[in-house]
Design a protein around this ligand. Structure first.
Ligand code: AMP
Ligand code: ZN
Length: 434
């Protein structure tokens, strides 16, 4: 078994513990330089001195996306802006976007982590890596790009979409590995068929890295079978840099979560106390080696199980199960994070629509589809219903600019959508269960 960083990947529990204490102390020290944390920690008298063992993390307050969203990004900054070389932002456009700043060191460490992940799967400098993820603010593009270059592979920054060109690039440059959204990988299969290209016969594909959205073991198997590849699950979130937080090794039995870089907790979202290993809970992460924006006890809202049994690959970092869901109402549609309240906001500022609406989610040819049904004034349905059609077009455009994806919209007469007595059901998700 070869390692990118054997010393760290196989670190023993004693050393990991002292590593964690040293880095947690440093993280708290750095965080105290950021206005947000100076107030949050200062108010409760917490400092580096509060940390003498890893479990001292229990003393610290949790934060979540709302905290990040409610404050200026600069409030989280622990270094002078001059030292910031990159910003990223989480997908979706809920209110104020969550922005993450990085120093040169942060980018270097993130790159190294992605290189570790890729190398772990057998990826080498002889590989040709086609990165089919969105570049730009989204972390999946540049994160993997830098990691694959660090290993020394040839990187094709193909970006997302443009299916025929993707296939052409794969054939022309003998792509051996791809990074791809799992639903897109399944969709792309139909374009391969249309083009008469058989990936097993006509390409050199050997590995696929799939992540950024929930997907099932069955989807992985389909991808592996169709493309003739080993598919590895990749987990991350912008707040923690992006991809590279947890990644599958060749055992493909859970994702190693890199405990030298992140302090890992899994909690019961109601009691906010740790759950036993193997029990599903919410993943909470603390950055252990980030300069620009240290984050302490971040509630990811992702539901996971922590798998504590040793992995035959020899890496000592614990593993997490597939993400089984979220503890909030965030939807992930075509890899974009969307909250139902965003749809509500757009609808509620539109003249002519009523209060009742319903978001339907389904899957057509493996691609998520979102349909919004909203009740409209009766005047809209007079004559040929042209006014309703015009309104639908306007709402589609407004939702598109708010959500970054294009939903279908139907305006229906008032009183036709189900109206319950309790909490309104706003989302009917008929996509296959993960
Ligand atoms: P973003 O910050 O926009 O990249 O979104 C991060 C979120 O995407 C995470 O908090 C998860 O909910 C989801 N996500 C990322 N990777 C995976 C994965 N491999 N499986 C399931 N969900 C994922
Ligand atoms: Zn392993």
């Amino acid at each position: 078994m070869e390692f990118w960083n054997k010393d760290m990947e196989t670190i023993g529990s004693g050393r990991l513990e002292s590593h964690t204490v040293t880095h947690l102390k440093a993280t708290v020290g750095r965080a105290l330089r950021a206005p947000f944390y100076r107030k949050l920690l200062g108010d409760s008298g917490l400092s580096e001195a509060s940390v003498t063992r890893p479990t001292d993390i229990d003393k610290f307050p949790f934060i979540d996306k709302d905290d990040l969203r409610k404050h200026e990004p600069a409030d989280f900054l622990s270094v002078p802006m001059k030292q910031v070389v990159r910003m990223h932002s989480s997908s979706g456009t809920t209110g104020r976007p969550v922005v993450v700043f990085h120093t040169k060191y942060d980018i270097d460490q993130w790159t190294d982590l992605l290189a570790r992940c890729l190398f772990m799967t057998g990826f080498r400098d002889t590989d040709v890596f086609q990165n089919m993820m969105g570049y730009g603010l989204f972390t999946g593009g540049l994160g993997f790009h830098y990691g694959a270059e660090r290993v020394g592979a040839l990187v094709i920054p193909a970006g997302a979409g443009n299916s025929k060109r993707q296939i052409m690039l794969m054939k022309q440059y003998s792509t051996t590995a791809v990074h791809i959204i799992p639903s897109y990988a399944l969709h792309l299969a139909s374009i391969f068929a249309e083009e008469g290209v058989d990936p097993r016969r006509d390409t050199k594909l050997a590995r696929a890295y799939v992540g950024a959205e929930p997907h099932s073991e069955e989807s992985r198997k389909k991808i592996e079978e169709f493309y003739g590849v080993d598919a590895f699950n990749s987990y991350g979130l912008s707040e923690m840099c992006g991809p590279g937080v947890a990644f599958e090794c060749p055992e493909k039995n859970g994702m190693h979560i890199w405990e030298d870089r992140y302090l890992v907790e899994v909690i019961d979202p109601k009691t906010l106390t740790a759950v036993e290993p193997g029990v599903e809970g919410e993943l909470v992460l603390t950055t252990l080696d980030r300069q620009a924006m240290p984050i302490i006890r971040y509630r990811t809202r992702d539901r996971v199980r922590l798998l504590a049994d040793p992995c035959p690959c020899g890496r000592t970092h614990r593993r997490i199960s597939r993400i089984t869901g979220r503890t909030d109402d965030m939807l992930i549609i075509k890899g974009v994070n969307i909250f139902p309240v965003q749809v509500e906001r757009v609808l509620m500022r539109t003249d002519g629509v009523g209060n009742n609406f319903l978001i339907d989610l389904d899957t057509v040819d493996h691609i998520d589809r979102m349909t919004v049904r909203v009740e409209g004034d009766s005047a809209l349905f007079a004559a040929d219903g042209g006014a309703a059609r015009a309104l639908e077009k306007r709402i589609v455009a407004d939702l598109k600019s708010e959500l970054l994806i294009t939903p279908r919209v139907t305006v229906v007469p008032a009183g036709t959508l189900p109206a319950g007595e309790g909490k309104a059901v706003r989302v009917v998700d008929s996509r296959p269960k993960q």
